[in-house]
Write a protein that binds this ligand. Structure first.
Ligand SMILES: Cc1ncc(COP(=O)(O)O)c(C=O)c1O
Length: 390
């Protein structure tokens, strides 16, 4: 039997998990109003930064009493700024279910050297038992595990009357999953994920309780300028009005504003979530129709609708040694990429071998559908290669 190459490629073959595809219809023309060559502290620049904050609040439905800042160094900058500024006042539960969460564990244990820290870890495709968390402690976690395709189901597991703060890395969840604001004290994300913005800047969102901690607690360690959010024991309010700590890229800001305005035009948060859900359903239908491919996250209630991770469950592939399984998955992704039908869909380097397909809001469902035909084709080619080699 011959394995016919699919006739149609995705109109947009970009499925990377960050930077993610630009919004449908995007072109460089979207950036023409950027106040380039002007100071970001001059009126036009400040107005743009404030607009980016205001649109973030509107589209993400952030409560009025939460503060929103644009900070340096992307999501990592925002998470570390929060960890360095807030942790150490009480114990901490560090939750990790993939490599980015593990990075925050390293920060807490090896860099900040927090003594009163509990580490709760789950393997790829799973999350920890959420009933075992101590909310007298601060809790640091990743809402959506980008490298393993898992997410927390909701915020119901977080008590409203917790004593500690919740610090949530939501970079691959924001704008595609509903964040339960009253349960979250710190939320971070960067622009290049669900809205397909440009990388460089981080967003840091603080609850009133997080601000209270900032104003009442001084960490024992030195605080670089880039992390400082208070002056003389008071929160630096300007930071949350667009007075950034250091110089932002006004081109990236303009692009983020464009993405937020697109989000508003198509119907806001509900529409963004619906797009990610529809893309993921396309893959779920594909998985249901084919017994050789499966989700890395077996439990549907914790399965991501943005970074969807798939493994080759075919017995012949599963029987291969680990390095040969990795080579098989690479061959599948490589064949698709070589034909220009799907870029950057290989599993993350530390994750189990397989595919990771970004299904965030900027991706079109018809493109995911077209990609599935290419996955089926490339899998059959790779499997035929296995049979030949045997
Ligand atoms: C869950 C998670 N946290 C942190 C990061 C790092 O983000 P950034 O490169 O914006 O600092 C990523 C990047 O993919 C991520 O997926």
């Amino acid at each position: 039997m011959t394995n016919a190459m699919p006739g149609q490629k995705p109109a947009n073959p970009l499925f990377s998990s960050g930077p993610c595809a630009k919004r449908p219809g995007w072109s460089l023309d979207a950036l023409k109003d950027a106040p380039l060559g002007r100071s970001h502290r001059a009126k036009p620049g400040k107005a743009k930064l404030k607009l980016a904050i205001d649109l973030t609040r509107e589209v993400l439905q952030v409560p009025a009493d939460y503060r929103i800042a644009i900070v340096p160094a992307s999501d990592t900058g925002a998470v570390e700024m929060a960890m360095w500024s807030l942790l150490g006042a009480r114990g901490v539960d560090m939750l990790a279910w993939e490599s980015f969460g593990e990075g925050w564990v390293t920060d807490a244990i090896k860099q900040l050297k927090l003594k009163d820290a509990r580490v709760l870890k789950a393997g790829y495709g799973d999350i920890v038992d959420l009933s075992t968390i101590n909310f007298d402690n601060d809790v640091v976690f990743t809402w959506n595990g980008t490298t393993s395709g898992v997410r927390v189901p909701d915020g119901d597991w977080i008590p409203a009357d917790r004593a500690g703060l919740t610090i949530c890395d939501a970079t691959s969840a924001a704008f595609a999953q509903r964040l339960d604001w009253p349960k979250l004290d710190v939320v971070t994300f960067s622009w290049q994920k669900v809205l397909g913005g440009e990388a460089a800047h981080g967003m840091l969102i603080l609850s009133p309780r997080a601000v209270e901690r900032l104003e009442s607690y001084t960490p024992a360690w030195p605080m670089p300028k880039i992390f400082r959010m208070t002056k003389g024991g008071k929160i630096t309010e300007g930071l949350f009005e667009g007075e950034t700590i250091n110089t932002p890229s006004m081109l990236c800001v303009e692009d983020y504003i464009d993405a937020l305005q697109w989000a508003k035009r198509i119907g806001g948060l509900d529409a963004l979530i619906a797009r990610a859900d529809a893309n993921t359903k396309m893959l779920a239908d594909f998985v249901a129709q084919n017994d050789w491919i499966a989700f890395l996250a077996k439990d549907g209630s914790i399965r991501s609708n943005t970074s969807v991770c798939l493994v080759f469950s075919d017995p012949a592939v599963q029987a291969l040694p680990a390095d040969a399984q990795a080579a098989f998955a690479k061959a599948v992704a490589g064949a698709i990429e070589k034909n220009g039908a799907g870029f950057d869909i290989g599993a993350y380097r530390d994750a189990p071998p397989g595919l990771r397909i970004w299904c965030g809001a900027t991706v079109e469902t018809a493109d995911v559908q077209a990609l599935t035909h290419w996955i089926a084709w490339a899998f059959a080619e790779a499997k035929a290669g296995l049979a030949k080699a045997a």
